[in-house]
Design a protein around this ligand. Structure first.
Ligand code: ZN
Length: 391
């Protein structure tokens, strides 16, 4: 059997000879201690933490870094000079402080993310093929651009429509360019398949938002192949965990990220139990974070992967505040005639606007429901993470 791509990636990036739990943890401890030592020496944001740990188990005794702290202290968290910054991603809506959360990357951070994307995309992209990229193209080193670089490095051609085309435009693009691979958000894919048909598409990688079971099953049935779900966030330089041919969880880039799962009180949970994902980004050059609470909920799958890799795997990931949307997604997308819907709440009353691509009865939900057939000029009702919009 060939070597799992995630193992090959760690060997290439770190010069490791074997990728086992022991060798991964030894590397993580070494990188974590190097980070702690640098922070102590420069009097950085984490200067109050110990200068070194004897084992990774001691990490659980260090304090968390919260989203609010990240928003308030971004320049203090920066480990490189401003001149080395290749890209800044900011999010004006995050946190309760009103400050924008900003995450910085160096060229090296971006390059290692492209290598991770190549390992993930290499499972489903063939040289000479055409890949549809539905993520936003927000300029150099944005998510769409990094994926396009990985696709080109694999010898394939990226199409860059982004997330905002209408179904009419999408249908024409699919017919003219005949992509065989889709890379984008889960519901974006399901809507495209239901409204425009599968066309030339054979395989898909989904990321950028939770993938509800009904959406996963709907996509796989229409595509006729298993989906490749991925996970990433800004704090992990946009790439976090990739799917392997076993399709049993997503392998985390453990040479750059130490993952912990904690309960509501912040206590560590063992593999197999679901809680909040906490990350220590030992491999990020510009802005490493220690015990950052992601607000994402998942579990670590116990044991080695059927693909042969011992690199840790995350199960499906969901935002905590997405719980209500998740229930609506399961109820609505399990119906094959639902193309897309938007959920809004005004004065405490839930309102659903549903676009349909066929006949059928909607479930009895405690909401005001409006429905109409989808038109060619309609586009996606969300271009980012899906949630109930409070008006
Ligand atoms: Zn695997």
């Amino acid at each position: 059997m060939s070597r799992p791509r995630i193992d090959a990636l760690l060997m290439m990036q770190e010069g490791m000879e074997t990728v086992t739990r022991e060798s991964i943890q030894a590397l993580q401890l070494k990188k974590l201690n190097a980070l702690l030592g640098r922070e102590k020496a420069r009097g950085g944001f984490y200067r109050e933490l110990p200068e070194r740990l004897e084992s990774l188990d001691e990490l659980a005794f260090l304090p968390f870094t919260t989203e609010e702290e990240l928003a308030a202290n971004a320049p203090g968290l920066l480990l490189c000079s401003q001149g080395d910054i290749q890209r800044v991603l900011s999010d004006a809506t995050s946190g309760t402080t009103g400050a924008a959360k900003r995450v910085f990357y160096t060229e090296g951070d971006c390059a290692r993310t492209v290598e991770l994307f190549m390992a993930g995309l290499g499972e489903l992209i063939l040289p000479g093929s055409v890949t549809f990229i539905g993520f936003p193209f927000s300029g150099p080193y944005g998510l769409g651009d990094l994926i396009a670089r990985a696709v080109e490095n694999l010898g394939a051609r990226p199409l860059k429509p982004g997330p905002s085309l209408s179904y009419g435009e999408l249908g024409r693009l699919l017919a003219e360019e005949r992509p065989d691979t889709f890379v984008g958000m889960p519901v974006q894919l399901l809507s495209l398949l239901r409204v425009c048909g599968r066309g030339s598409l054979l395989r898909a990688l989904v990321s950028g938002d939770a993938c509800p079971e009904a959406v996963l099953q709907g996509c796989e049935a229409l595509l006729g192949s298993r989906l490749f779900p991925h996970y990433g966030s800004r704090e992990m330089a946009l790439g976090g965990a990739i799917c392997c041919p076993a399709h049993e969880g997503m392998h985390l880039r453990e040479n750059h990220v130490i993952a912990e799962i904690v309960d509501e009180a912040g206590r560590p949970l063992p593999p197999g139990e679901t809680g909040e994902l906490v990350i220590t980004t030992i491999g990020m050059e510009a802005m490493p974070l220690i015990r950052y609470r992601t607000g994402d909920y998942t579990r670590i799958l116990p044991g080695p992967c059927p693909c042969g890799s011992e690199v840790l795997r995350l199960d499906r990931v969901r935002r905590k505040e997405g719980t209500e949307m998740a229930a609506l997604d399961e109820a609505l997308f399990s119906l094959p005639f639902v193309a897309d819907y938007r959920a809004e709440r005004r004065d405490g009353r839930l309102r659903l606007s549903v676009l349909t691509c066929g006949e059928g009865e909607l479930p009895d939900l405690d909401a005001e429901i409006r429905r109409r057939p989808v038109r060619p000029e309609d586009g996606p009702l969300y271009t980012g993470k899906r949630k109930v919009v409070e008006l």
